[in-house]
Design a protein around this ligand. Structure first.
Ligand code: 1GP
Length: 253
């Protein structure tokens, strides 16, 4: 089954999913990657997202090879640029930064990447990517040359996601940015959830089980956790059990 189909089925049945984000810049030696992969293989992890904002180490393909040698969990590229394409992954989030007004990140880079992706064998998951942040000077705002949606503008977020759905995108990804001090406000996540019928991915700043629960309860179908698992791989046990117990309840009924 394709990942798109899995996400759509999950949405229809109420199943939730956990994506562990691996930033190749932060795992420069096999010793740094191994604990995360070991924990991911022991926990209920649905996807491994791989990518970073600017990858100084140029080690994407080595990291993907190492992941593939140790697990069958699907690897989904979460690219910070068109340079982050690797056909050994399973799928790619084909991100259009719909919260911003930078044409390069709305369509320009996609035109460059399309012929490469066409022959890559990767599953393409078109994704309306929405940055939510009160910090106009964050590194992601600087790198993307866009202003994020302020966290109190619920209707702007909902309308942006609705437009993404009407344009035919497969998923919406709301991101507070890697290492964000706060998760996206739950009222904003709920406002988006109520207004779209696409799988909703939410990440940024999820660093406790409680925050993961809040994001899931607000309506996220997939939660993405990066930084917190890098610092404390054991946290994956609690977060993945949350997802497992939700899904198990559905299986029983
Ligand atoms: C960032 O959504 C991801 O793009 C994950 O963020 O590293 O804060 O978990 P964290």
């Amino acid at each position: 089954m394709t990942i798109r189909k899995t996400l759509q089925n999950n949405l229809e049945t109420g199943r939730k999913a956990l994506a562990v984000l691996i930033d190749p810049d932060k795992v420069q030696t096999p010793n740094e990657l191994a604990p995360i992969l070991r924990m991911a293989s022991e926990c209920y992890v649905d996807f491994l997202f791989v990518g970073g904002s600017h990858l100084m180490q140029n080690n994407l393909s080595e990291v993907i090879t190492e992941i593939k040698e140790s697990t069958d969990t699907p690897v989904v590229l979460f690219p910070g640029s068109t340079m982050q394409i690797d056909k050994n992954a399973d799928a790619i989030l084909f991100l259009s930064l719909i919260s911003g007004r930078n044409p390069e990140l709305l369509i320009g880079q996609h035109v460059v990447a399309a012929p490469i992706l066409k022959n890559s064998g990767l599953e393409i998951i078109s994704t309306g990517y929405m940055l939510i942040s009160g910090e106009r000077n964050s590194s992601v705002a600087y790198m993307s040359n866009t202003a994020p949606i302020p966290p109190d503008k619920y209707s702007v977020a909902a309308s942006t996601a609705m437009a993404g759905e009407m344009l035919g995108l497969n998923t919406i990804y709301m991101d507070a940015g890697s290492g964000a001090p706060e998760i996206i406000p739950t009222r904003m996540i709920s406002a988006v959830r109520k207004n779209i019928s696409l799988p909703l991915i939410v990440g940024g700043g999820i660093n406790t089980v409680e925050k993961a629960r809040k994001v899931l309860d607000a309506g996220a179908d997939v939660i993405v956790v990066g930084n917190a698992f890098e610092k404390n791989p054991d946290l994956m046990i609690g977060v993945s059990e949350l997802i497992y117990s939700n899904n198990r309840t559905l299986d029983v009924h």
